[in-house]
Design a protein around this ligand. Sequence first.
Ligand SMILES: Nc1ncnc2c1ncn2[C@@H]1O[C@H](COP(=O)(O)OP(=O)(O)OP(=O)(O)O)[C@@H](O)[C@H]1O
Ligand SMILES: [Mg+2]
Length: 245
Amino acid sequence: MLEIKNLTYQVEDEKDATKEIINGLDLTVEDGKFIVITGPNGGGKSTLAKLIMGVNKATSGQILLDGEDLVGLNITERAKRGVSFAFQAPVHFKGIRVVDLLRLAAGKKITTIEACEYLSKVGLCAKDYINREVNSSLSGGELKRIEIATVLARGTKLSIFDEPEAGIDLWSFQNLIKVFENMRQEIKGTIIVISHQERILNIADEIVVIEDGKVKKKGPKEEILPELLGTGAASIACNKLGGNN
Ligand SMILES: Nc1ncnc2c1ncn2[C@@H]1O[C@H](COP(=O)(O)OP(=O)(O)OP(=O)(O)O)[C@@H](O)[C@H]1O
Ligand SMILES: [Mg+2]
């Protein structure tokens, strides 16, 4: 179980004033759940993901994974505890082929056939990609899918995806939804996806809305999604009526 307690993250802005980006955030996620985090731009979602992964260090508070506080641990130590992360903007690795990356991610010997299976799951024609170098010759969408494949290969306790749909075309997006649906069945651990997409929100067990560095709403999809969509529809209707909402 993941329990985040009273988490804060502060940075110094240009004027040396303290800016609170995560603001006393509490969140509990049970094992085996598929959680989608959403909310307005700049609300603190990516920052929260980086705090869980250890890319950013919390100012105060606790991030407990099965009772152990991750806050004092570095990225490698957290990865060893079973936390993995796919960035909003994927990283390039010079000199490393796609198959090497998948092997590194799996942390064990995997056959070429197994590596190909992971690539097929993210909608890439494996034989065309397996020996390509992970560099800027790959398109943004291809890199993103390769990164998702590495998280699949890792099969960890807690997998976090930051806007996996970013840069993925509409056709591939249909496949991406299938990837996540399959992932729910295959990965035994918890999956947290940060997304603005209704179709991804729609496959969540629970939806968490983060705004101003805090959890604004959390609950089953059946309860939160109609609220989110309802608010949108209501404000559009108001605008049409000339309201100022
Ligand atoms: N190191 C930093 N210094 C100053 N401000 C920062 C820093 N890191 C993040 N921020 C600010 O904190 C806020 C939250 O950023 P974050 O990337 O977590 O938002 P987000 O919810 O992921 O948004 P989006 O939906 O656009 O991806 C933003 O206003 C961002 O500019
Ligand atoms: Mg973000």
